[in-house]
Design a protein around this ligand. Structure first.
Ligand code: ADP
Ligand code: MG
Length: 691
C-alpha cells in the first residue's frame, strides 16, 4: 500500500499519533504526512558527545552520563513540586531537577545508568534543570533523544518535544523516500547537491554535522531555485509576447502635466517618468518596479503613466491595497486628469449596486479611461475594452500571484508596480528578478522635519497638551491604535475607546474615527471632513498606514507602538510633515522585549526608509519581513534571504538557464517542477499569444 500517494495520508494514521495528537498537530498546521515531513526543526542540539559528570561546565549545554544515587520528590516554599535526582559518576555528583513533574519519580531507580541533556547551572552543587533524559538499560542503546544531533521543533501546548520527535522519526523513516525530487540530475551535479529525500531525512535526524550542512544547503538552494524559476518563467513569457501595445507619448506630455501640478517635479520623478515613457513606446509590455520612500511622490509618476495611456486612447487601471487609499487616489487623480478630459472610475467593495454595475459597464464599453480600485479589480466580471496599462500601488501588500492577475484583464498591457518598501538593490534584483527597477531616490523639497519621540504611557497627558497646541494652530493629528475594539486587557487601548475619550477632550475641534469595519460611505465622509479640516483629530487603525496624504497633518500619535513592526511605524510616520509643516511622530509604548526596544529606538534614530528597512530585516529576520504572502513572497521554510545570498544568485542563474531552454516546462524531467510551481506560486502557464 505504500506509494508516493501515502504522502497525503492524514497524520492521524502515522505511528504514534492517533486522533488526539492529530488535533495538536493540526494546531501546528500539520494535517498530512507530507506537511509533517516539511515541518523542519527550528534548530538542532549536538548531543553526540556524552560527557562524564566532571566534563559538565557551568553555563554550558551538555549531555552527561552517570548513575542515579538518590531520587525524591519535594515541594518548594512556593508550592511547586520538584523532583530531584542526584547523579554521580567519574569525578563528581550533579543534581538533576524537574519542576512540576512528580510522576517522573517512578521512572528512576537508584543504581540506574542515565544520560541527561540540558543547561548546566550552579545552585550550590552543579545542577541541570528540566533535562531531557534517557535511562540506559543494560547496553547503551541507540537513542533518538541523546547521543546524537537532535532536532528541536516548535511545539504547541500539550505536545512534548520528545513525543513530536518520536512521531517525526517514524514519519521520516517510513515516508521520506516517497518525496519526489524536483531538481534534475544535471543541476544537482553542477551545484553539488545531495538528493531531496536524503536531505529531508538529514534535516530532521542528521547522521553528522556534515550531513546536516549538506541537507540544509540542498534545501535552501531548492527553495530559492523554485522562487527564481517562477520569476524566470514569467520573464520568458513576457519576452515571447511580440505584440505589446506601444504607446508613444506626445513630446510635450511631461510639460502638460507640469502645467496642472501645483509643485515642481523632482529630478528623480522626471527621470523615472522618462524611463516609463521609453518603456511604454515599445511593442513589448513594460514591467517596471518603482520604489521610493514614503512621500517621494510616486502618485505623480503613476499619473504620468496613466496619462500616456489615456492620451493614446487606451484605458488604465490602478490597483491599491485599501479602499481608503483607492478613494483618495480617485479624488486626487480625478482632479489632475480633469484638464485632460479623462474620465475616472472607482471600483471598491461596498459600492452601491447600481453604481457598481454602471462602473463595470463603463469599463467594458470604454466609457472610463482610468479605473482606481482595490483587489476587486482582479475579480471575475471585471473587464475592459482596451486596457493599455496596469499600475499596482504599494505592491508589497499584494502577493506575487495577485500582482500577476491584473495584466490578465487585458491583452499584454504595460505594468507599473510601485512600492514604498525600499529594498537593497542586490536584493531587489534577485527578488524581483522579472522586473526592471527604478528608484525615486529624492524627496521633494519643502518637506517639514518630523521629530520622532518615544514616550511612556505615563506621559500621555503631556502628549495631549502638545496635540492641543498643534490643533490650535490649525494643524491636524492622527491617533493610531493597533485594534478597533477592546476585548483583550483594557489597558491595551483600542480605537473605539480612544475615540470616545478624545472626543471628550477635544470636543470643540472635531474628532473623527476611521477603521476598516466601517461602511464605505461613512469612511468617505470622515476622510472628507478631515481633508476639509472640519475634523482635527482623526482616531484610526492601520487602515491609514499606506498612502494617505493629508497636507495639514502635523502629528502622528501611535498608541501601543511596541505592537507595530518597524516598517509599519515608518509608513505611519510618513503620513505627517508632507506639506512643509514641521511635525511630530509620537510613539507611546512600553517595550517589554529587547526587540521592541530596538524597533522603537531605530525609529527615533533615523528617518531614512532604506536604513529602516535594513534594520527591520535584521531585527525581524527575513522570514517575517518578506516571508508572508502579503509581502509578496511565499513563506520560506528554511532559506534566509539575507544570510543565504550566495544561493540566491546561483539559484537565479540555474533558473534562468532552465527557463530559457524549456519556457513552459514541457520536458518530462521538469514535470515535478511544474507541479510544484503550480502549487506554491499558482503559476499557470497561459497559452502564449502569438497572433
Ligand atoms: P508616495 O506615494 O511616494 O508616498 P505621494 O505621491 O503621496 O507620495 O506624494 C506625497 C505628497 O507630496 C503629496 O501631497 C504630493 O502632492 C506631494 N508631492 C509629490 N511630488 C512633489 C514634488 N515634486 N514637490 C512637492 N510636493 C510633491
Ligand atoms: Mg503612495
Amino acid at each position: 500500500m505504500e506509494s508516493p500517494n501515502s504522502l497525503a495520508t492524514p497524520v492521524q494514521y502515522v505511528k504514534g499519533v492517533g486522533p488526539k495528537r492529530a488535533d495538536l498537530l493540526h494546531r501546528l498546521g500539520l494535517d498530512t504526512v507530507e506537511e509533517l515531513l516539511y515541518f523542519f526543526p527550528m534548530r538542532h542540539e549536538d548531543r553526540s558527545r556524552i560527557l562524564d559528570i566532571c566534563g559538565a561546565r557551568e553555563g554550558e549545554t551538555a549531555t552527561v552520563r552517570g548513575k542515579v544515587l538518590s531520587a525524591g520528590v519535594r515541594t518548594t516554599k512556593t508550592g511547586i513540586s520538584l523532583f530531584q535526582a542526584s547523579v554521580g559518576g567519574k569525578g563528581g555528583v550533579l543534581d538533576a531537577v524537574w519542576y512540576n513533574q512528580p510522576y517522573l519519580r517512578s521512572q528512576f531507580t537508584v543504581g540506574d545508568e542515565v544520560i541527561l541533556s540540558g543547561k548546566v547551572v550552579r545552585y550550590g552543587r552543579l545542577q541541570i534543570v528540566n533535562p531531557d533524559f534517557e535511562i540506559v538499560s543494560g547496553e547503551a542503546q541507540k537513542s533518538l533523544h541523546l547521543g546524537r544531533i537532535v532536532p528541536i521543533y516548535h511545539l504547541t501546548e500539550g505536545l512534548a518535544q520528545k513525543s513530536l520527535r518520536n512521531i517525526m522519526f517514524g514519519a521520516v523513516s517510513r515516508y521520506a523516500r516517497f518525496l519526489p525530487d524536483p531538481l534534475t540530475p544535471e543541476i544537482m551535479r553542477r551545484q553539488r547537491l545531495v538528493d531531496h529525500s536524503a536531505s529531508v531525512r538529514n534535516i530532521h535526524f542528521p547522521a553528522s554535522q556534515r550531513h546536516l550542512e549538506a541537507a540544509r544547503r540542498r534545501l535552501v538552494f531548492e527553495e530559492f531555485f523554485l522562487l527564481q524559476l517562477a520569476l524566470a518563467l514569467r520573464r520568458e513569457e513576457r519576452e515571447r509576447v511580440r505584440h505589446g501595445l506601444p504607446q508613444e507619448a506626445a513630446r510635450d506630455l511631461i510639460d502638460q502635466l507640469k502645467g496642472v501640478l501645483p509643485f515642481e517635479l523632482t529630478r528623480a520623478q522626471v527621470r523615472v517618468m522618462d524611463e516609463i515613457r521609453l518603456d511604454m513606446a515599445k511593442d513589448r509590455p513594460m514591467n517596471r518596479l518603482v520604489h521610493g520612500d514614503v512621500g517621494s511622490g510616486k502618485t505623480a509618476v503613476a499619473l504620468f503613466a496613466a496619462l500616456v495611456s489615456i492620451t493614446r486612447g487606451f484605458q488604465a487601471a490602478l490597483m491599491v491595497p485599501t479602499e481608503i487609499l483607492a478613494e483618495q487616489h480617485y479624488i486626487t487623480l480625478s482632479r489632475f486628469l480633469y484638464p485632460f478630459q479623462a474620465r475616472v472610475g472607482l471600483l471598491v467593495q461596498g459600492l452601491h449596486p447600481a453604481r457598481l454595475a454602471e462602473t463595470l459597464e463603463d469599463a467594458r464599453q470604454g466609457n472610463v479611461d482610468l479605473i482606481v480600485g482595490t483587489h476587486k479589480l482582479i475579480q471575475e466580471g471585471v473587464g475592459f475594452k482596451n486596457l493599455g496599462l496596469v499600475i499596482v500601488d504599494e505592491q508589497h501588500k499584494f502577493g506575487v500571484a495577485q500582482r500577476g492577475l491584473l495584466p490578465a484583464k487585458g491583452r499584454s498591457p504595460h505594468s507599473l508596480i510601485m512600492t514604498a518598501t525600499p529594498i537593497p538593490r542586490t536584493l531587489a534584483l534577485t527578488l524581483y528578478g522579472d522586473l526592471d527597477v527604478s528608484a525615486l531616490d529624492e524627496m521633494p523639497s519643502g518637506r517639514g522635519s518630523v521629530m520622532t519621540c518615544w514616550v511612556e504611557p505615563a506621559e500621555r497627558e503631556e502628549i495631549y497638551r502638545l496635540m492641543r497646541e498643534e490643533v490650535e494652530r490649525g494643524h491636524q493629528v492622527f491617533v493610531v491604535y493597533p485594534a478597533i475594539e477592546g476585548g483583550g486587557p483594557a489597558a491595551l487601548g483600542d480605537a473605539q475607546s480612544g475615540y470616545e475619550k478624545l472626543k471628550r477632550l477635544f470636543s470643540p475641534y472635531g474628532v473623527g474615527l476611521i477603521h476598516g469595519r466601517m461602511p464605505l460611505g461613512e469612511r468617505e465622509k470622515v476622510l472628507l471632513e478631515f481633508r476639509k479640516a472640519k475634523v482635527s483629530v482623526l482616531v484610526a487603525t492601520t487602515v491609514i498606514e499606506v498612502g494617505i496624504d493629508m497636507p495639514l497633518a502635523s502629528m502622528m500619535v501611535v498608541e501601543n507602538a511596541e505592537r507595530f513592526g518597524l516598517s509599519q511605524l515608518h509608513q505611519l510616520r510618513g503620513r505627517v510633515g508632507r506639506a512643509g509643516i514641521d511635525s511630530y511622530c509620537i510613539l507611546i509604548g512600553e517595550a517589554k522585549t529587547e526587540a521592541g526596544r530596538e524597533r522603537l529606538n531605530a525609529l527615533v534614530e533615523t528617518q531614512d526608509g532604506f536604513q529602516i528597512a535594513e534594520r527591520d530585516l535584521e531585527i525581524r529576520g527575513p522570514g517575517e519581513f518578506f516571508g508572508t504572502r502579503q509581502h509578496g513572497l511565499p513563506p520560506l521554510r528554511i532559506g534566509s534571504i539575507t544570510k543565504d545570498m550566495e544561493f540566491l544568485e546561483s539559484a537565479r542563474d540555474e533558473a534562468r538557464a532552465l527557463a530559457e531552454r524549456d519556457p513552459v516546462l514541457a520536458d518530462p524531467p521538469h514535470a515535478q517542477l511544474k507541479a510544484l510551481l503550480e502549487r506554491h506560486y499558482h503559476l499557470k502557464q497561459p497559452a502564449v499569444e502569438m497572433s
